[in-house]
Design a binder for this molecule. Sequence first.
Ligand code: HEM
Length: 177
Amino acid sequence: MSEKQNIANEKKYNKWIVTLSITIPLVVAVLFGIKIPNVAPLSFLPPIYAAINGVTAVILISAVFQIKKGNRKYHERLMKTAILCSVLFLLMYIAYHMTSDSTKFGGQGTIKYVYYTVLISHIILSIVVIPFVLITYVRAITNNFERHKKIARITFPLWLYVAVSGVVVYIMISPYY
Ligand code: HEM
């Protein structure tokens, strides 16, 4: 197919990208506000979803390593797995917050500022990363690999930061659960 046709195919996904990038953060924000009464807090979830974040970081690095070696199929499979991990993370994160009160960070002084800087940057960038991942993905599945490469150079570090900072936030808050 011609490049023009590939770009035309890519554009067909724009509505979906815009809709999902707005809807996902909104739905998550609304669900966070809803507490399910008379349900025991799912307190076993935070270590699991923190571990999934760690796994996502490793998968992302492996996926880029594989494409640098020219292994396209393996790169594709790893990136699809990374997306699945992020979806699982989000579902567990929501389930936990709908059944538990948020934990306050108990540290004082510098460590408190470090914690909130990492937490707030993690939250903001986790919203920003959604359209980046979707655009990167759509450019790959529509064979726009030059355009895929261009945006992937931003998506990759952004997504990696979100995954790693998720683990850091968990490690820092875990003494206060
Ligand atoms: C959203 C998930 C994805 C991310 C973050 C991502 C990230 C990347 C990165 C960082 C590169 C290397 C860019 C460079 O060399 O500087 C790359 C290249 C590539 N990716 Fe992905 N990728 C994703 C999904 C996919 C999927 C699903 C496919 C296959 C359908 C794919 C196929 C490729 C190919 C073929 C290249 C090489 C392009 C070239 O050298 O011309 N990627 N990707």
